[in-house]
Design a protein around this ligand. Structure first.
Ligand code: HEC
Ligand code: HEC
Ligand code: HEC
Ligand code: HEC
Ligand code: HEC
Ligand code: HEC
Length: 445
C-alpha cells in the first residue's frame, strides 16, 4: 500500500490521451486505405453486387479499378461524377443501363453513335442540350477499367441518363439522389468506433479519479505513514507550475506558430484566385436562354474561339442580327440600341483573366485538342449569369496537361511523335506533358 504513488495520475491521463490520438490516426489511415482500394469496411455488401454486375469489366479486380480510377480522374471527372450529374449524367448504374458493347464505341466517339441513330444515344444527346462528349483515344481495356471503377464507386440506384423506357425523349427530371455508400459506410464505421472509444476513456478516467480519491481517504485514516508518504498524500497538483513549464510553453508556441503558418500559406495561395467570380453585367444577357434554350452555337457569338488565341466577346452588331426583330420593346434590349446610337461598345465586365505572364491559346485547346468549352468553363449553357468555373491557376493547367492524352487522330503533325513515343514508352499514354506541355516556356514568355 505504501508504494502507491498518486502523482502518477496525470501521467496516466497523458498516456491515455496519447493512445487515443494514436488509435484515431490508425483508424483514419484505415479508412483512407479502404477508400483507395475502393472497398470500405462496412460497405462490402454494396461493393459485391456491383462487381458481380460488371463481369465484362475485367472482373472488377483491384488492379483494373485502380487503373480505372486514374483514367476516370484524368479524362472524365471534369464532366462526370459517379453519383451526381455534373456536365454529363451521373455514371452510377451505367453497367446495368448499357452493355459494354455500347459503352466502348460511345466513349471512343460518342458523336458517331449519335449519328448512327441509336435511340438511346439520340435521346441522351438531346436531353443534355446536344452537348457533345469529347472523343477519347482509349483502348477497350482502359474503358472497361473505367467502368469497373465507376461500378465500384456506386452508392445506390441512380438514373442520371435516360432509361430504356424514356429513351423516346420524354423530359424526365434527373434523379440523382444517390450518395456514395462506400465512403459513407467507412465514415460511419470510424465515427462509431471513435465515439465508443471516447465514452470508454471518459468512464476509465472517472473511475480512476474515484479510486484515487477513495485510496487517499483510506490512507489518511492510517497512522503508520512515514513523512514522505504523508507529503505525497497531501500534495496537490500544481497547475500554475504545469502551465509555466517550458514543455507546455514549447507545445503552445509550436501549435500557435503552425496555425499562423497554415493561415498565412492559405491566404498567400488565394491571392489572385478568382474562381466563382460572377460580376453583374450591364445587360442581363443570359447564356441559359441563348446557348441553352435557343441552342445558339457558342462560336456564333465567340467567333474567334476556334481560330485564334482569344475567344472574342460579340459586338452589339451580332446581337442586332436577332434583336433588330426580337423583343425590341424590352428595356434590356433597348440598352443595346442605345450603345449603337452612341457608337460605344457595351461595357461587359471581364470574368476570366490570366495574368500577362501566362500564355493561353483557345484554338490550341478547342480546335487542335478538340476540348469542349464546358471542360474549362463548366455548364455555361445553364448559367443565367456567367461565373468563373475553374480555378485558372498554374496547377490547374499543369494537372490537365499531365493527364490528358493528346488528340492525335487525323493530325499528321503527331504521326512521327506518336511512333517515337510508343517505341520508347510502350503502353504509357501520350499525354500533353509527354509532348513537353509542362515546360515553363510553353506557357511563360
Ligand atoms: C466535356 C465533358 C465530358 C467529358 C470529359 C466526358 N463526358 Fe461522358 N458525357 C458527357 C455528356 C454531355 C453526356 C451526355 C450525352 C451527350 O450529350 O452527348 C455524356 C454521356 C456519357 C455516358 C452515357 C451515360 C448514360 O447515362 O447513359 C457515358 C457512359 C459517358 N459519358 C462516359 C464517359 C467517360 C468514360 C468519360 C471519360 C473517358 C467521359 N464520359 C468524359 C460529357 C463528357
Ligand atoms: C448570343 C451570343 C452568345 C452565345 C451564343 C454564347 N455567348 Fe458567351 N458571352 C456572350 C456575351 C455577350 C458575353 C459577355 C457577357 C457575359 O459575361 O455574360 C459572354 C461571356 C462568356 C464567357 C465569359 C467571358 C469573360 O468575361 O471571361 C464565357 C466563358 C462564355 N461566354 C462562354 C460561352 C460558351 C461556352 C458558349 C456556348 C455554350 C457561349 N458562351 C455562347 C455571348 C454569347
Ligand atoms: C441568334 C439570335 C440571337 C442573338 C444573336 C442574340 N439573341 Fe438575345 N434573344 C434571342 C431570343 C430568341 C430571345 C428570347 C426572346 C423571348 O423570350 O421571346 C432573346 C432574349 C434576350 C434577352 C431577354 C430580353 C427580355 O427582356 O426578355 C436579352 C437581354 C438578350 N436577348 C440580349 C442579347 C444580347 C446582349 C445579345 C448579343 C450579345 C443577344 N441577345 C444576341 C435571340 C438572340
Ligand atoms: C482548356 C481550357 C479552355 C477551353 C477548352 C475553353 N476555354 Fe475559354 N478560356 C480559358 C481560359 C484559361 C481563359 C482566360 C484567358 C485569358 O485570360 O487570357 C478563357 C477565356 C474565355 C473567354 C473570355 C475572352 C478571352 O478570350 O479571354 C471566352 C468568351 C471564352 N473563354 C469562351 C470559350 C468558348 C466559347 C470555348 C469553347 C468553344 C472555350 N472558351 C473553351 C480556358 C478554356
Ligand atoms: C482540360 C485540359 C486542359 C487544361 C485545363 C489546359 N490545357 Fe493546355 N493543353 C491541353 C491539351 C489536350 C493540349 C494539346 C493540344 C495539342 O494537341 O497540341 C494543350 C496544349 C497546350 C499548349 C501547347 C503545348 C505544346 O506542347 O505546344 C499550351 C501552351 C497550353 N496548353 C497552355 C495552357 C494553359 C496556360 C492552361 C491554363 C490556363 C492550360 N493549357 C490548361 C489541355 C488542357
Ligand atoms: C501549362 C502552362 C504552364 C506551365 C507549363 C508553367 N506555368 Fe507557371 N503559370 C501558369 C499560369 C496560368 C500562371 C498564372 C496562375 C495564376 O494567375 O494563379 C502561372 C504563374 C506562374 C508564376 C507566378 C506566380 C503565381 O502563382 O502567380 C510563376 C513564378 C511561374 N508560373 C513559374 C513557372 C515555372 C518555373 C514553370 C516551369 C517549371 C512554369 N511556371 C510552368 C501556367 C504555366
Amino acid at each position: 500500500m505504501n508504494s502507491i504513488r498518486l502523482r502518477s495520475l496525470p501521467h496516466l491521463l497523458l498516456a491515455l490521451v496519447l493512445t487515443f490520438a494514436g488509435i484515431q490516426q490508425t483508424a483514419a489511415q484505415a479508412t483512407a486505405d479502404a477508400k483507395k482500394e475502393g472497398v470500405a469496411p462496412g460497405a462490402t455488401a454494396a461493393a459485391t453486387p456491383a462487381t458481380a454486375a460488371a463481369p465484362a469489366a475485367g472482373g472488377g479486380d483491384a488492379a483494373a479499378i485502380a487503373a480505372g480510377d486514374a483514367l476516370f480522374k484524368g479524362n472524365c471527372a471534369q464532366c462526370h461524377a459517379v453519383n451526381e450529374q455534373v456536365v454529363g449524367p451521373a455514371l452510377a448504374g451505367i453497367s446495368k443501363r448499357r452493355p459494354i458493347s455500347w459503352l466502348i464505341p460511345w466513349v471512343k466517339n460518342s458523336s458517331k453513335v449519335v449519328a448512327s441513330g441509336d435511340d438511346y444515344a439520340v435521346a441522351l444527346f438531346n436531353k443534355f442540350n446536344k452537348q457533345q462528349m469529347p472523343s477519347f483515344a482509349l483502348s477497350d481495356k482502359e474503358i472497361t477499367s473505367i467502368i469497373a471503377y465507376v461500378t465500384s464507386q456506386e452508392g445506390g440506384p441512380v438514373g442520371g441518363g435516360v432509361t430504356a423506357k424514356n429513351a423516346a425523349g420524354t423530359d424526365g427530371k434527373d434523379a440523382n439522389a444517390g450518395t456514395s455508400g462506400a465512403e459513407e459506410g467507412a465514415g460511419k464505421y470510424v465515427d462509431i468506433l471513435l465515439i465508443v472509444l471516447v465514452v470508454v476513456l471518459i468512464v476509465l478516467v472517472v473511475t480512476l479519479v474515484i479510486i484515487g480519491n477513495l485510496m487517499k481517504d483510506v490512507l489518511r485514516g492510517r497512522k503508520d505513514l512515514d513523512g514522505r508518504d504523508v507529503e505525497i498524500l497531501e500534495q496537490r497538483f500544481d497547475w500554475s507550475k504545469f502551465y509555466r513549464s517550458p514543455v507546455m510553453r514549447g507545445i503552445v508556441g509550436t501549435v500557435f506558430a503552425l496555425v499562423l503558418l497554415y493561415e498565412g500559406v492559405q491566404s498567400v495561395m488565394a491571392v489572385g484566385l478568382t474562381q466563382g467570380y460572377q460580376p453583374t453585367q450591364p445587360i442581363a444577357f443570359s447564356h441559359k436562354l441563348h446557348a441553352g434554350e435557343h441552342q445558339i452555337n457558342c462560336a456564333y457569338c465567340h467567333t474567334s474561339v476556334y481560330k485564334s488565341k482569344s475567344a472574342n466577346i460579340p459586338s452589339a452588331n451580332i446581337c442586332m442580327n436577332c434583336h433588330s426583330q426580337i423583343k425590341t420593346e424590352s428595356p434590356e434590349i433597348k440598352k443595346i440600341y442605345r450603345a449603337i446610337e452612341r457608337k460605344q461598345p457595351i461595357q461587359w465586365v471581364r470574368i476570366h483573366n490570366l495574368p500577362d505572364l501566362a500564355y493561353f491559346n483557345h484554338s490550341q485547346h478547342t480546335q487542335v485538342a478538340g476540348l469542349q468549352c464546358q471542360t474549362c468553363h463548366g455548364p455555361i449553357q445553364n448559367m443565367e449569369v456567367v461565373y468563373q468555373y475553374s480555378a485558372l491557376t498554374m496547377g490547374w493547367c499543369i494537372n490537365c496537361h499531365r493527364e490528358m492524352p493528346l488528340n492525335t487522330k487525323d493530325n499528321k503533325y503527331y504521326d512521327n511523335l506518336v511512333k517515337l513515343h510508343d517505341t520508347k514508352n510502350a503502353g504509357a499514354p501520350f499525354t500533353v506533358s509527354s509532348n513537353g506541355g509542362t515546360e515553363c516556356s510553353k506557357c511563360h514568355y
